[in-house]
Design a protein around this ligand. Structure first.
Ligand SMILES: NC(=O)c1ccc[n+]([C@@H]2O[C@H](COP(=O)([O-])OP(=O)(O)OC[C@H]3O[C@@H](n4cnc5c(N)ncnc54)[C@H](O)[C@@H]3O)[C@@H](O)[C@H]2O)c1
Length: 361
C-alpha cells in the first residue's frame, strides 16, 4: 500500500457498535457505505452548516441518491452561536418535511457543532433515528464525531442540554480538511495532543516530531480515534475513565468562559489548561518533572498559545462556578507522565492554591 492511500477502519464496541472509516475520497462513496449499514432506510436528511454545505453537500447527496436513497439537504447558519434550540427546531422541521420514519436517517456533514446538533436532533426526533457522522474539521475527525455525546448550548452555559446517541457510522475524509481555515486546523490539534497526553506517549512523540504537518494527519487521526474509542467502550456514560478525556478542560473551559467564548478557540484554551494543570501537578510532586516543559514545547511547535490575558484567580473562579460542577470537591485530570493520566480529587477551595503552586506566585 502506498503511503498516500491510507485506509483504516476502527470498530467502536459501544452498546450499539459502529465503525469509523478513515480514508480520503469517502464523501463520494458515502451512499454505498451507508447502504451496507442501513439497507432498509429509504430517506435521509443531510444536515450541514452554511460554510460546509456549499462545499460538500452535493457530493454526499449525489452519492446517497446513487445508492437508492431519497436525500434532502438542510442548512443552518455556521458558528457556535447557532448551537441552540432554535437551530434544532429547524432540523426537526426538515426531518418532518422529508417524511423521515424511524428507520430512515440523518447525516451530520460538518464540524463538531454540526455533529453535536444533528446527533441531538437524531436522538430526539421520533424518539431516536439513526445518524451518520461525516466530520470535516480536525477536531471533529479526531474527537467529537466518536463517543455519542450530542447536544446544544444554553445562554447560561455550553453543552448543558444533550443526550448520549452513538452514530451508526463515521466517515472521516481528510480531503475535506483542504478547505478548513488554518485557525481551525491548529485548534483541532489541541485534542490530538490531549489524547497523546492521557493515553499514548507514542502519539505525543509523533506530535513532538511532526507538529501540525498535514502529511501525518490520517495516521494521527487513526491513533487519536483508537484512544477515544477505547475509553468510550470502557465507560460509555462517563462514570469513570471517560473523565480522562476532560484533561485540560477544567481550566480550558474556564478560560473560554472568561473570554466570553470569543477570541480564543476551544483547543487553544484546552492547551493552556493542560499546561497550567501540569505545571501545578509537577509542583505538587504528582507528575514527573519535565512533563510540563514537553507539553509547552509541543503546543509551541503547533503554533498554539501558551498563556492568556486572565489572572489565575479569575480562571479558577470561573472553573468553580461551572454549571456542571456539584459538591465541595472537584475531579481534575492529571498526568503521572506523558501517556499516563489519572483523576485526582481536590477540595474546591484548594483549586487556586493548587494551580498557583505551578506558576510560582
Ligand atoms: N461531542 C463531543 O464529544 C465533542 C468533543 C469536543 C468538542 N465538541 C464540540 O465541537 C464543537 C467545535 O467543533 P469544531 O471546532 O469542529 O467547530 P465548527 O463545527 O463550528 O467548525 C469550525 C468552523 O469551520 C467551518 N468548517 C467546518 N468544516 C469545514 C471545511 N471542511 N472547510 C471549510 N470550513 C469548514 C465551520 O463552518 C465553522 O465555521 C464545539 O461546539 C464543542 O462543544 C464536542
Amino acid at each position: 500500500m502506498s503511503a498516500s492511500i491510507f485506509s483504516k477502519t476502527i470498530h467502536v464496541n459501544t452498546g450499539k457498535p459502529y465503525d469509523v472509516i478513515i480514508e480520503r475520497g469517502l464523501l463520494a462513496r458515502s451512499g454505498g457505505l451507508i447502504q451496507k449499514i442501513l439497507p432498509k432506510a429509504e430517506r435521509a436528511v443531510i444536515i450541514s452548516d452554511s460554510n460546509v454545505a456549499p462545499l460538500y453537500a452535493d457530493a454526499v447527496k449525489t452519492s446517497l441518491e446513487a445508492a437508492g436513497y431519497t436525500a434532502f439537504v438542510h442548512v443552518f447558519p455556521a458558528g457556535e452561536e447557532h448551537k441552540r434550540l432554535t437551530a434544532i427546531d429547524g432540523m426537526y422541521a426538515a426531518m418532518a418535511s422529508a417524511e423521515l420514519s424511524r428507520t430512515d436517517f440523518a447525516v451530520a456533514l460538518g464540524g463538531g457543532v454540526t455533529g453535536d446538533m444533528c446527533g441531538f436532533a437524531a436522538a430526539t426526533y421520533l424518539r431516536g433515528i439513526p445518524f451518520v457522522q461525516i466530520p470535516t474539521t480536525v477536531l471533529s475527525q479526531n474527537d467529537s464525531s466518536v463517543g455519542g455525546k450530542t447536544g446544544i448550548d444554553l445562554t447560561c452555559g455550553k453543552n448543558l442540554v444533550g443526550s448520549f446517541h452513538q452514530p451508526c457510522l463515521v466517515l472521516a475524509d481528510a480531503d475535506t480538511l483542504a478547505t478548513l481555515p488554518p485557525r481551525y486546523i491548529t485548534d483541532g490539534f489541541g485534542e490530538i495532543i490531549k489524547h497523546g497526553c492521557i493515553k499514548s506517549a507514542e502519539l505525543f512523540e509523533l506530535m513532538e516530531t511532526y507538529g501540525t504537518d498535514m502529511a501525518m494527519i490520517e495516521d494521527l487521526t487513526a491513533r487519536s480515534i483508537a484512544i477515544k474509542a477505547g475509553v468510550v467502550e470502557r465507560d460509555e456514560r462517563e462514570s469513570g475513565e471517560r473523565m480522562l478525556l476532560n484533561f485540560g478542560h477544567t481550566l480550558g473551559h474556564a478560560i473560554e468562559k472568561c473570554a466570553n467564548f470569543t477570541g480564543i478557540a476551544h483547543g487553544e484554551a484546552v492547551g493552556i489548561g493542560m499546561l497550567l494543570m501540569t505545571r501545578a501537578s509537577e509542583a505538587a510532586g504528582l507528575t514527573v518533572k519535565g512533563t510540563a516543559a514537553r507539553i509547552e514545547a509541543v503546543l509551541s511547535k503547533c503554533g498554539m498559545p501558551l498563556s492568556c490575558d486572565f489572572s489565575l484567580e479569575a480562571i479558577c473562579q470561573a472553573a468553580l462556578l461551572d454549571k456542571k460542577r456539584r459538591g465541595d470537591f472537584l475531579n481534575i485530570v492529571l498526568l503521572r507522565t506523558i501517556g499516563d493520566s489519572f483523576v485526582y480529587q481536590i477540595p474546591c477551595a484548594g483549586l487556586p492554591d493548587f494551580v498557583r503552586g505551578g506558576v510560582g506566585v
